[in-house]
Design a protein around this ligand. Sequence first.
Ligand code: NAD
Ligand code: TDX
Length: 338
Amino acid sequence: MNKTVLVTGGAGFIGSNFVYLLLDERPDWKVVCVDALTYAANIHTLNDAMKNPNFVFYKEDIRNREGIFDIFEKEHPDIVVNFAAESHVDRSIENPGIFLETNILGTQVMMDACRKYGVERFHQVGTDEVYGDLPLDRPDLFFHEDTPIHTSSPYSTSKASADLLTMAYHRTYGLPVTISRCSNNYGPYQFPEKLIPLMINNASQDKALPVYGEGLNVRDWLYVKDHCYGILAVLEKGKVGEVYNLGGHNEKANIEIVKIILKELDKPESLITYVTDRKGHDKRYAIDPSKANAELGWGPTTMFADGIKLTVQWYKDHMDWMRECSSGDYMKYYEEMY
Ligand code: NAD
Ligand code: TDX
């Protein structure tokens, strides 16, 4: 059946992977991408999508009510998937304001447009960071959908606020919403400020690899395509008003990840440099994805050992893309950070 899906943040990391997944897997759907093209976007990521007649791109800010309403007026989406966000924890510590504006107020604008024009689903792309962190010495503990919200950073607080607002729009106005909360993603098209592409970028140039604290913080890594399949499963099989945790059962300490990357690139561990820890640094994230397994039949299919090889190879093959991202603005940020 033909559907029009409006994807916000589709020029960023996960949003662009989702755009490509939809164009491949649902060839009779129209994909409308809305992205403000912030520093985190690279328009060349969408070069192939632009050639597809089922794809249309709008450069627009989700905070701009008038502009967003105009797009709804023209496109009348059936489904809206909201990826657009300020997504980097370190930047939220330096400058929280824009996180509150985009992640909370931008989400409100998107849901107001959905209310006005009517949609069959508004899907909010959320994060496991809303649950706070788990202790390193309790490997038996996991985040469940009913784990209390307990945020640490301005980023996770803004995402938690957006989730709460999404549920409020469901209860108060009957908006047909779903939320997915995912663990750390890795794969192609991730901006090189995030751990994995940053380390690949630096190691490829024999630059120091800045590891926060002792590198013992743990994240649960999921290949981006598996996340995108999870979102599609929520859209097609998920129940309105529900939250679904999507995770990989693939926990690794940061230092393990860095050493795996060095091995893949055949670079020495002497590049590792321990730097001042992130303020309020969450210790461990670990998702229990059993609800998504049981209700949606979803689970990750990419083993980390394979996914990380694919990822390192992708960045080696796309150094031009990496250089485009590492423009003047990004280098200024990088030099201030490290
Ligand atoms: P990203 O930073 O790579 O991409 C974000 C995109 O949103 C960019 O293209 C940017 O231009 C766009 N954007 C930012 N502000 C905008 C605005 N005001 N209006 C319109 N577009 C705007 O982020 P990502 O890693 O792809 O994350 C996508 C979503 O998934 C976010 O909501 C994030 O919170 C969530 N998430 C990410 C991860 C992860 O590991 N990366 C894990 C769980 C959840
Ligand atoms: O240079 C670095 N050195 C380092 O040790 C960077 C950039 C990170 N780290 C550590 C901090 C974290 O423990 O690596 C871990 C991963 O860091 P990020 O890539 O910044 O991700 P994280 O803070 O875990 O948040 C990510 O996952 C959840 C995404 O950026 C969020 O958008 C998502 O919601």
